[in-house]
Design a protein around this ligand. Structure first.
Ligand code: AGP
Length: 604
């Protein structure tokens, strides 16, 4: 998704902007650009494709004195990924970068065209800079013109604007898209749409709230809120740890992230699992008072984790649970009752659809909880309570360790609720706690297992489709396996409940239909086996993943004997992640930055 950086200071502005954009690369983009204003002169560069193209274009350009600069990685929404559509967008004397979508851009554009303005791009963003320059003609100063412009925009945005009219300032506005400003002892100011570009440069950061706007100059940070009242910046310390963002010798972040799941889950469990109970210091039991239902809402992989949770919440905590796809929930005029706890699940905490549903729940006065990986993200700041997943920075666009930690948190939460509601005996809880502590072992990648998957992967590079099938919680895992494969291999894959195949999809069965069968020992083994046999009888090519040898399969990936189906879930999760990874590697794809995808989807 789009990324924003900005800088005011004496250093080489170009280098700082490019370095910042590099940190945002993993979010997915299709073009990039920068604009630097120094001594009243603008220099602007744009390029399609990877940042290396922009680096090439800017190789002879340097700034060695005070300058203001803005930069952007664009993920196309309005208009194709061309150089003209790349940001920054230019007016007569100003440049702008923008994340989000301006919903009333068409009417603003029409009025500007009627006034004689010529547009260079097809983007919604370009209207902002022209509208600003139009307003500037009648305004006392650039800030008044900027303020008026922002008030005229509808939609979601994080915006940085620089103008010759006041050439030592960056004007900013935030509404629905994340943005922060950072400071350091050298009196430099950095902007970005997420923390990472600021790590190592800034000691403290201020996260803008929705409705915030203002400007930053060398000496000042002036912030106004949505009611046009000036407010003080609220600085918090920025972590200095960039280590986790490195590849540690793996070819791709995704592989590294699969391998580190064992340590990461140990972190997720740390201090939360005792001999007798689950402790969430971040939760107040009052959150659950008067609650008769849990509604889980998310997108993509987080949705699959939520689906998994719905099985174990009902099974262990005996609480009615429903699951919603955020983009659907937003517009279907749902009935929300106050005895429902609304739980949003998001790795990034910035996904526009999920964030919007959280706002809806708040407006309906529901109690809200967020399961998130990014502290200080928009969702964390909005919810009544948060459980952090502690997965560390996830760089691969295809989510792996975030899913693993989400399911871990949900398993813990189901036991926490079971204790509160007395739905499991103390003995059962103690047994479950023992199992929980075994997750880090169950997700350890054995060399032999990885080698087996690597070898098998060459048989699965074609075909007319994949069906990942499973029952109970292995159905959401099947959905997740299929999503992983689609995302990074570009092969068509579906996740399906094993027992549902006979109601239609079995018509597709032939040797070129690949069935990836999730067959745990401790959950509905015989039922699942019969469903796989039905497909085998119709000549579908079967790859079974199970601890028990299965002679009807063409290929077999043998998992370890586990004590419980939950531990089998985690081990099989690693197998499907590695299978997708190896298929994608063989196809020569960019595993970490698959085409058309963005890490953080901040538009609806
Ligand atoms: C996962 O592999 C995806 N790239 C995607 O489905 C993702 O899970 C989804 O966009 C939701 O993101 P979030 O967890 O940050 O809200």
């Amino acid at each position: 998704m789009c990324g924003i950086v900005g800088y005011i200071g004496q250093k080489n502005t170009k280098e700082i902007l490019l370095e910042g954009l590099k940190e945002l690369e993993y979010r997915g983009y299709d073009s990039a650009g920068i604009a630097v204003l120094s001594d009243g002169v603008f220099s602007s560069f744009k390029a399609t494709g990877k940042l290396i193209n922009l680096e090439e274009k800017t190789k002879d350009f340097t700034t060695d004195k005070f300058a203001v600069g803005i930069g952007h990685t664009r993920w196309a929404t309005h208009g194709k990924p061309t150089e003209l559509n790349a940001h920054p967008h230019v007016g007569e004397n100003s440049y702008i970068v923008h994340n989000g979508i301006i919903e009333n851009y068409a009417e603003l554009k029409k009025a500007l065209i009627d006034d004689g303005v010529t547009f260079l791009s097809q983007t919604d963003t370009e209207v902002i800079v022209h509208q600003f320059e139009k307003n500037l003609k009648d305004a006392d100063d650039a800030f008044s013109a900027f303020k008026k412009t922002i008030a005229e925009l509808e939609g979601a945005y994080a915006v940085l604007l620089v103008t010759k009219a006041e050439n030592n300032k960056i004007f900013f506005a935030k509404h629905g898209s994340p943005m922060l400003v950072g400071i350091n002892a050298q009196d430099e100011k950095y902007f970005a749409s997420s923390d990472t570009p600021l790590i190592g440069h800034c000691t403290d950061v201020n996260y803008f709230e929705d409705g915030d706007y203002g400007y930053v100059s060398h000496g000042d940070i002036l912030i106004f809120n949505k009611n046009n009242q000036q407010k003080q910046p609220h600085f918090v310390k920025l972590s200095a740890n960039k280590l986790s963002a490195q590849k540690d010798g793996y070819c791709f972040f995704m592989e590294k992230e699969i391998y580190e799941q064992s340590n990461i889950i140990a972190d997720t469990l740390l201090g939360r699992v005792t001999e007798k109970e689950i402790i969430f210091e971040e939760l107040d039991t009052k959150l659950f008072e008067g609650i008769n239902e849990i509604k889980l809402c998310a997108c993509g992989t987080s949705y699959h984790a939520a689906l998994t949770a719905s099985y174990i919440f009902e099974r262990y905590s005996k609480i009615k649970t429903s699951v919603e796809i955020a983009s659907e929930f937003r517009y279907r005029e749902p009935i929300m009752t106050k005895d429902t706890l609304f739980v949003a699940i998001s790795q990034s905490g910035e996904t526009a659809d999920t964030l919007e549903t959280l706002k809806m729940a708040k407006e309906a006065s529901l109690k809200t909880l967020v399961i998130c990986n990014v502290d200080n993200s928009s969702m964390v700041r909005l919810a009544d309570a948060t459980i952090l997943m502690r997965a560390g920075v996830e760089k691969g666009v295809a989510s792996t360790k975030a899913f693993a930690t989400q399911v871990t948190v949900f398993w813990m939460l189901s036991l926490y609720l079971a204790k509160l509601k007395n739905s499991l005996t103390q003995e059962e809880i103690v047994h479950q706690l023992e199992l929980l502590r075994a997750i880090p072992t169950s997700v350890k990648v054995e060399n032999s297992m990885h080698e087996r998957i690597k070898r098998l992967s060459k048989r699965y590079l074609h075909g007319h489709g994949f069906f990942f099938i499973g029952r109970d919680i292995f159905f959401p895992l099947a959905l997740e396996g299929a999503l992983k494969l689609k995302e990074i291999s570009y092969l068509h894959a579906e996740g399906y409940p094993s027992g549902e195949m006979k109601h239609g999809p079995i018509a597709l069965a032939d040797p070129e239909l690949f069935t990836i069968a999730l067959l745990p020992e401790h959950l509905l083994y015989e039922k699942s086996k019969s469903n796989i046999e039905e497909l085998s009888a119709r000549d579908s090519t079967i790859c079974a993943i199970s601890p028990i040898a299965f002679e009807k399969a063409d290929d077999f990936i043998q998992t370890k004997k586990q004590k419980d189906y939950m531990l089998e879930f985690f081990e099989i999760m690693v197998v499907v992640q590695l299978l997708s990874f190896e298929i994608s590697m063989r196809l020569g794809n960019d595993v970490d930055m698959p085409r058309n995808l963005a890490k953080s989807v901040t538009v609806e």
